[in-house]
Design a protein around this ligand. Structure first.
Ligand code: ACO
Length: 319
């Protein structure tokens, strides 16, 4: 079922952009108010600093503007907006409504909440809309986790942060980029990682860590199998940036070396729905992705969700 149907209209990413709040909070800044150290946070998580500030709507508008600019598209060119976020600015309406208005779009707009797997869920949804006839879809991943983080809790405060990244998806004549995808959820594990309405993130860190590695690897292997390629064929893995040790363990099990992995966690912390597109946008800006390259996006999050997608950059018919 998750293999892209060959008769469906495919899509390619034609623009990308990211937006991070200006305010940098270092580990030493946290250690000034919490019983922790830069050394503990860096060694256990790989995080050195994170960005804090802004609203989900503001950050989404900023990243989307950059993505539209790179794609060379105007607001009227966009047929649908999908915003992945766990931290909407209000319960109702969806934050995508404000983003749609501020960007000047005149299309349908909706939010998706699949926690840190959200961007891949939204990207797959965007491909589905294009298969059903949309020409161009704006897909954004944004979270402002600082607003649901207890800054007095040393077990969670060092991990979570704010950010946004967006892509423009356009229909493609050559079959498109999506070779395989997988969306998973196990609601029976939701109590390991959650936030009540109006509350802070609660987490059993050890259990989340243990499950994260397994479900990321499982999801990645399903997408690779649907795509008909192996991990050796991947030019780049773009994993959810939750903990460098989770990324290292998952990549080791997949047989992917760290030099083929996109890492931003040292500077961004865990930005949930924004984490994968932020790392993808940075890799693209750095010229790490070439036409025809195979890329694996893979994440996990509260739910507990997992999601992955194998893309062939530029589309399927490239020689
Ligand atoms: N500074 C100093 N010491 C600390 C800190 C801190 N910030 N936090 C915990 N400790 C202490 C603990 O109290 C414990 O002390 P003890 O041995 O005296 O009891 C010790 O350090 C070890 O704690 P552990 O919890 O065993 O540390 P661990 O190595 O498991 O690392 C961490 C904790 C970083 C939270 C890790 O478990 C992790 O990353 N888990 C996954 C979390 C995750 O990915 N969450 C996001 C999911 S995505 C989403 O949907 C939002």
């Amino acid at each position: 079922m998750p293999t892209t149907r060959t008769n469906a209209t495919g899509a390619i990413i034609t623009g990308w952009g990211s937006a991070l709040p200006e305010r940098i909070v270092t580990n030493d800044d946290l250690a000034a108010t919490l019983d922790t150290t830069d050394e503990w946070i860096t060694t256990r998580t790989g995080i050195r600093e994170r960005r804090i500030g802004g609203s989900t709507t503001e950050l989404s508008v900023a990243s989307a503007r950059r993505a539209l600019e790179i794609a060379g598209r105007s607001p009227e060119d966009i047929d649908a907006l999908v915003l992945a976020t766990t931290t909407p600015d209000r319960l109702v309406p969806a934050s995508s409504a404000g983003v749609q208005a501020q960007l000047g779009l005149s299309c349908g707009a909706f939010d998706i909440n699949a926690a840190c797997s959200g961007f891949v869920y939204a990207l797959v949804t965007g491909h589905g809309l294009i298969a059903l006839g949309a020409e161009r879809v704006l897909v954004i991943g944004t979270d402002t986790l600082s607003r649901i983080t207890d800054w007095d809790d040393r077990g969670t405060a060092p991990l979570f942060a704010d950010g946004s990244a967006a892509v423009v998806l356009e229909s493609a004549a050559n079959g498109g980029q999506l070779l395989g995808w997988d969306l998973d959820a196990d609601g029976s594990a939701e109590h390991f990682l959650y936030a009540e309405l109006g509350g802070f993130i609660q987490m059993d860190g050890k259990e989340v860590f243990r499950r994260a590695v397994r479900i990321m690897v499982d999801s990645a292997q399903k997408s690779l199998s649907h795509a008909g390629i192996s991990a050796d064929d991947l030019a780049l893995v773009v994993p959810h940036q939750a903990n460098i040790r989770i990324i290292e363990a998952a990549c080791e099990r997949l047989g992917v070396t760290m030099d083929r992995t996109a890492i931003t966690i040292d500077r961004t912390g865990n930005t949930s729905s924004a984490s994968i597109p932020l790392a993808l946008a940075e890799a693209l800006d750095q010229g790490r992705v070439r036409y025809g390259d195979h890329i694996l996006l893979v994440g996990f999050g509260a739910g507990m969700t997992a999601a992955s997608a194998v893309l062939r950059w530029g589309g399927q018919d490239h020689d």
